[in-house]
Design a protein around this ligand. Structure first.
Ligand code: GLN
Ligand code: ZN
Length: 753
């Protein structure tokens, strides 16, 4: 019994859970249907793992919406506004809101694109255990003959990822939460003579400070003392957790599950784990990327680990939950055969784990396993040499001389830009996209399927652009956009046109709740065979005498929303993308586009989990943004947009990116978040969002006037642009039109004063 998987995807290979949930939410079916789909999926997923030879199979990795939300229910940490509700009504109200109560907040799970529900705690909460989900699912698995381990999110990670409504320290509530965890483990211990419980504590990969670390030992001493029946394994992932390991080995836990892919430093604690007699669950198959494992070198890695800890004490498994990769390759019918041979989705990773484990133990492979091993060797070999991956021209260009900076400092540039662009004080603009109407979506879909001609598609898009421009002129917006109707997604659009990118057919990964995304895949050297946005921009500019802003997505965002090749440093991949975007900037400028926006919506998402790794990331991230805008002449104005509000920790980095104008989200916080720009003496221009685009609400002119007044308190008028918080593609025209009209009216009122 020695292979394991940290967790398995749950949405279903055909996204069955998504469709069942959405049908229930829209009132088309009842909850029993959801329950039956969920039960089927659980048993099917357990079976897959069992058939693949996985020894320890997760229970409670399943969720109807989110595992953190499940933990909230288990602990009875229900925010006051939902009390009185029960069962699925309560559960989905917390997740999605209802007519009386807004949904709980959602945020990213560490540095993945998965979003969890943030627990809302107060010092007055009274917690109480509801272990029913876990017990039910465990019994279900047992009945099916599954060798189950139970997954739960650990108390310290739960608290670290929670927020206190009164803004206090969530760890102060440990004394209240821990007894519920003990009670829970007590219930679990009754299920069998021996139950393995995987307690996830990824919080400790952040390189936690001494105060937080000091909570570990008392917590795990307590949890381990609940029952002799329990074997507790503490799991961390996405980075190393050496500091925590050093503490945990001195508690009565059974073992540690560590990530050896994104936390190579974990190797340094293996000796210690061995000397303290703990089991090591070695995460050696990448749970969050889609590339095949190199089975031979992984076995070597395990052999190296086995020089420090005896083989009997090593379990072999995934680095993290397979939740972060798509389900199975068998549905990829259109993918290039070679490229497909380099991919391993969740089901394929099960086989890899099995083969690696057997080789490591010196067990004989059956014929299917031998074939898998052989295919793995071949694929790893072709990946090293394939022409479609390795492009000599790209490599030569990246290694050659690259323009890293604009010609002049921003003071001079802005002066020239004001002379040539001549925009008024408090210039108005938008972030790029306008509402994606059903007609636009349909036209794009039909064109992709080959159901309408290129001409028909283009004329549909042009009609949209015409309307979009006409509206903006009528509303009297200063700097116009074309509305991005031709883009399904700001990364996919560019990925589809770049060489080195592949697209899956069924590569869905859960993002939150029932929502899935299909990240494109960077498999090879990146280049731009031809201009990607120039024709659309030429058309758009020809339709107006006002300034038309060109729209591009920046390299860091492209990288952060893709599956990135693992045979090259991320920074090197980013540099290739930057050069491709630089060509586009240059082409746009040549056809007369005077303002170009390079969106870095996901710039912050790529930040490393550990502080000591941040400078290296910032270095290449800033470099590559600068590379892609370096061709812009001083007169050409470069904008960037970031979808956040919190800039305090990265303000110097933003400054170093050296954009002429940056637009950010601030509407929900008044002027608080802008203050940092004033505090550090930021001199470039800033467009703080004046209204929240995440809600359908139309802001009144007066509200926007008030918001602008607040902004003026912080930054001088000459430095400010006026725009919404983010792109408008998810909104409806009925909301967008009056909102933007009010925005412009508000600006005019202030200008008159
Ligand atoms: N230009 C993009 C848009 O307006 C930016 C989107 C984003 O920041 N997420 O949709
Ligand atoms: Zn945004």
């Amino acid at each position: 019994m020695s292979s394991y998987v940290v967790g398995f995807p749950r949405i279903g290979e055909q996204r069955e859970l998504k469709f069942a949930l959405e049908s229930f939410w829209s009132g088309k079916s009842d909850f029993s249907e959801v329950k039956s789909v969920a039960k089927d999926l659980r048993s099917r997923h357990w079976k897959y793992q069992q058939d693949a030879g996985v020894d320890l199979i997760s229970v409670n990795d399943f969720s109807l919406y989110d595992n953190m939300l499940d933990m909230i229910v288990t602990l009875g940490a229900i925010p006051a506004r939902f009390r009185g509700l029960k069962g699925e009504e309560l559960y989905f109200a917390m997740a999605r809101g209802n007519k009386d109560a807004v949904a709980m907040e959602m945020t990213k799970w560490f540095n993945t694109n998965y979003h969890y529900i943030v627990p809302e705690l107060t010092p007055n909460d009274e917690y109480s255990l509801d272990a029913s989900k876990i017990i039910k699912e465990y019994k279900e698995a047992k009945e099916l003959g599954i060798n189950a381990k139970i997954n739960i999110i650990g108390p310290l990670t739960f608290l670290a990822n929670a927020k206190r409504v009164d803004r206090g320290d969530t760890f102060e509530l440990l004394g209240k939460i821990l007894p519920i965890y003990e009670e829970l483990l007590g219930e679990i211990a009754k299920l069998d003579n021996e139950v393995l419980v995987q307690i996830d504590e990824p919080f400790f990969v952040r390189g936690t400070d001494a105060k937080d670390l000091s909570l570990l030992k008392p917590t795990y001493d307590k949890l381990c003392s609940v029952s002799e029946n329990l074997k507790i394994v503490v799991a961390t992932y996405f980075e190393h957790s050496s500091e925590a390991t050093k503490v945990l080995v001195n508690t009565p836990i059974y073992g540690l599950a560590l990530d050896f892919l994104y936390g190579k430093e974990n190797m340094e604690t293996v000796d210690l784990i061995a000397s303290k007699g703990k089991k090591l669950f070695a995460g050696v198959v990448d749970g969050r990327n889609i590339w095949i494992n190199n089975i031979e070198s992984t076995v070597e890695l395990l052999e190296q680990i086995a020089t420090k800890i005896s083989k009997d004490n090593i379990f072999v498994g995934s680095s993290c939950s397979l939740l972060h990769v798509p389900f199975a390759l068998e549905y990829e019918e259109k993918l290039d055969r070679n490229i497909k041979s380099w991919f391993a989705y969740a089901k394929e990773k099960l086989i890899e784990i099995d083969v690696i484990e057997k080789l490591f133990r010196g067990e004989e492979l059956n014929s299917a396993e031998s074939a898998a091993l052989e295919a793995n060797k071949v694929a790893n070999q072709t990946r090293k040499t394939a022409d479609i991956i390795h492009d000599k021209a790209v490599q030569a260009r990246v290694a050659g001389e690259i323009k890293l900076d604009r010609d002049e400092p921003f003071e001079n540039r802005l002066k020239r830009q004001h002379e040539s662009l001549n925009y008024p004080k408090l210039p108005t603009t938008t972030i790029g996209s306008f509402p994606q109407t059903p007609e636009v979506r349909k036209a794009r879909r039909d064109f992709k399927k080959g159901e309408i001609s290129k001409e028909a598609y283009e004329s549909e898009m042009k009609r949209y652009i015409d309307d979009c421009i006409a509206f903006q002129e009528e509303a009297d917006i200063d700097v116009l956009v074309h509305g991005e109707p031709e883009r399904n997604d700001m990364v996919e659009y560019f990925g589809e046109q770049l060489k080195g990118y592949a697209f899956s057919q069924n590569g869905w990964v859960q993002s939150y709740g029932s929502r899935c995304v299909k990240p494109p895949v960077i498999y090879g050297d990146i280049s731009r065979p031809k201009p990607m946005t120039v024709d659309w921009m030429v058309y758009s500019q020809s339709k107006t005498t006002r300034i038309m802003k060109g729209m591009l997505t920046g390299p860091v965002t492209i990288l952060n929303w893709s599956f990135v090749r693992d045979d090259m440093e991320r920074g090197d991949v980013s540099k290739q993308i930057a050069l491709a975007i630089a060509d586009e900037v240059s082409d746009l400028q040549d056809v007369g586009i005077k303002i170009i926006q390079v969106d870095e919506a996901a710039f912050k998402e790529g930040y490393p989990l550990r502080a000591e790794k941040i400078p290296a990331y910032e270095e290449w991230a800033v470099r590559d943004f600068k590379i892609c805008v370096a061709p812009a002449k001083s007169e050409t104005q470069i904008h960037t947009h970031m979808c956040y509000s919190e800039f305090n920790d990265i303000i110097r980095t933003i400054e170093a990116m050296d954009a002429d104008v940056i637009s950010i989200e601030t509407a929900r916080s008044g002027n608080e978040l802008l203050k940092i720009f004033a505090k550090v003496g930021y001199k470039q221009e800033v467009g703080p969002g004046v209204y929240d685009i995440h809600s359908p609400r139309v802001p009144s002119k007066e509200e926007i006037v008030t918001q602008i007044e607040k902004l003026i308190e912080v930054l001088p008028i000459k430095q400010l642009w006026i725009n919404p918080d983010c792109g408008l593609k998810t909104r409806k025209w009925e909301e967008v039109k009056p909102s933007l009209i009010n925005m412009v009216e508000a600006v005019k009122e202030i200008r008159e004063r």
